[in-house]
Design a protein around this ligand. Structure first.
Ligand SMILES: [Zn+2]
Length: 248
């Protein structure tokens, strides 16, 4: 069964939740054609689709997507708001610990924004320091472009490109403006650690939004949700097995 913000506390208590799903979005510029809430809207839809699949075999609590995360690299572009890395780590920690205190031991964090690298560290810390807690991160397409050390990967569909445009065309076509600016910077994604998005790509796009289609958006969301739900269930089961076999 799937429980969300429409459930009551009594229903949640009776449900004995197996997995909580916590989506993390971002509010940041997405060039001339996509809304500021693109990452937040996208991860909300992805997390619901994942949670619906998980709920076929488990009792699942779907939380609302946290709108804010690490968007400082877009900071000067109007509408963008961001948390500091340590703030996001602390927010994640507080949310996970409040769920754990109610007896929820499996938490799936679904990250909808590519630059949230601090989540890895905090999730590792939570797993290593709290015995009966398993926190797993499912990573969305937005973050799966295969960045590498300087010079190894150039190009990609990093931001407001074909992938995100396709997803929003499928989810919220009325929010997608007709203009498109295609631009792929001649450097790798890691350059976002050295310069702002505005310096690297003044149009606010990194990719080819003109190639995004409704059909591609529908397919990508369906595939991402199915893969992520399957991977999460496998990972939870594997980790439980590893911990059981190593228990004294
Ligand atoms: Zn985005």
């Amino acid at each position: 069964m799937l429980y969300d913000m429409s459930a009551t506390t009594v229903e949640l208590q009776a449900a004995h939740i197996d997995i909580a799903v916590l989506p993390i979005g971002a509010i940041e510029q997405h060039s001339v054609h996509l809304p500021l809430g693109t990452d937040w809207l996208g991860v909300r839809a992805l997390a619901r689709a994942v949670a619906e699949r998980l709920a076929r075999e488990s009792s699942v609590y779907l939380l609302p997507a946290l709108p804010f995360s690490l968007s400082q690299c877009h900071g000067a572009m109007p509408g963008t708001v961001w948390l500091k890395p340590e703030t996001l780590a602390n927010v994640l920690r507080d949310l996970v610990l409040s769920l754990h205190e109610q007896g929820i031991r499996h938490i799936a964090v679904i990250n909808g924004h590519g630059g949230n690298f601090v989540l890895d560290d905090e999730i590792r810390e939570l797993n290593l320091t709290i015995d009966d807690l398993v926190v797993i991160q499912g990573v969305s397409r937005d973050a799966s472009d295969g960045p590498g050390p300087t010079g190894r990967v150039v190009g990609g569909d990093i931001h407001a490109g074909a992938g995100e445009t396709a997803t929003q065309l499928f989810l919220n076509v009325e929010l997608v403006r007709p203009e498109r600016v295609d631009y792929v910077p001649p450097v790798g994604r890691e350059f976002l650690d050295y310069a702002t998005m505005e310096q690297i790509a003044p149009s606010g796009v990194w990719g080819r939004p003109s190639e995004g289609t409704v059909e591609a958006g529908e397919r990508a969301l369906e595939r991402a949700a199915a893969n992520m739900a399957r991977d999460l269930l496998r990972a939870f089961a594997e980790i439980e097995a590893i911990r059981r076999s190593s228990a004294p």
